[in-house]
Design a protein around this ligand. Structure first.
Ligand code: DX5
Ligand code: ZN
Length: 235
């Protein structure tokens, strides 16, 4: 078979359990329950950017002491320029903030990378990808929200998948070098469409912590993503 594009290393899907659906009174235990996950997704909400309040830097610092799972901090906060670098300095592996909250996303991305973290840009379901394509060269992760940010347990919005497809195309053609992450309503069913569209990193809250065996749920999600991603264009 003739190759039709640049040769790319195969991408292994990452599963990132979201502790938003965990029992906050037993966080260390709940994190141990998903040992073997690729990333640990931690949702920081400030009750300004989203109408919900979760946790902040002190809890992240404590969590970093009890796990080796690379931490994926999703900041749903106003003024990320002020707050995001602190999460990178604390040792988070990937720090994602929202495009809608950042007048100068590139400056924030540079601060995150300078502090030793990967930089992620998140876009809400109604936010187009096009205006951000150029600046995504300064990022390591694109987080395409598949629900409105703020709460776990919502239904997957399949209408955003064209953005995932476009991001994958830009990666496959060598224009971008990013992970393409989806967050919200990811289940064993919806992960198939997301992986087929080209997502390679999957956040799952209720699908993991609502399962009888969270570690098994992570494995099942990864198997489904692997099987579906193999059929994605260009790979
Ligand atoms: C929602 C958060 C998600 C949430 C996903 O704003 O960003 O990470 O935990 O939860 P599920 O998987 O239940 O939709
Ligand atoms: Zn999230």
């Amino acid at each position: 078979m003739t190759a039709v594009g640049p040769k790319l290393a195969p991408v292994d899907p990452y599963i990132a359990p979201s502790i938003l659906s965990a029992d906050f009174a037993r966080l260390a235990e709940e994190v141990r329950a998903v040992e073997g996950s690729d990333w640990l997704h931690v949702d920081v909400m400030d009750n300004h950017f989203v109408p919900n309040l979760t946790l902040g830097l002190p809890v992240v610092q404590s969590l970093l002491k009890v796990t080796d799972i690379p931490m994926d901090c999703h900041l749903m906060i106003a003024d990320p320029a002020r707050w995001a670098p602190g999460y990178a300095e604390a040792g988070a592996h990937n720090v994602t903030f929202h495009a809608e909250a950042a007048p100068d996303p590139v400056a924030v991305a540079r601060d995150l990378r300078a502090a030793g973290a990967l930089a992620g840009l998140a876009i809400k379901p109604g936010t187009p990808l096009d205006p951000y394509v150029e600046i995504l060269r300064e990022f390591d992760t694109l987080l395409v929200m598949t629900v409105e940010p703020g709460f776990g347990g919502q239904s997957f919005i399949a209408e955003v998948l064209p953005k995932v497809r476009e991001a994958r195309r830009l990666v496959n053609t060598g224009h971008l070098n990013i992970r393409v992450e989806v967050d919200g309503g990811v289940t064993e069913d919806t992960i198939v469409a997301a992986a087929e569209a080209g997502a390679d990193t999957f956040v799952a809250g209720s699908a993991v912590y609502g399962a009888a065996d969270p570690a098994e749920a992570v494995r099942a999600l990864r198997d489904r993503a692997r099987a579906s991603f193999a059929g994605a264009a260009g790979r």
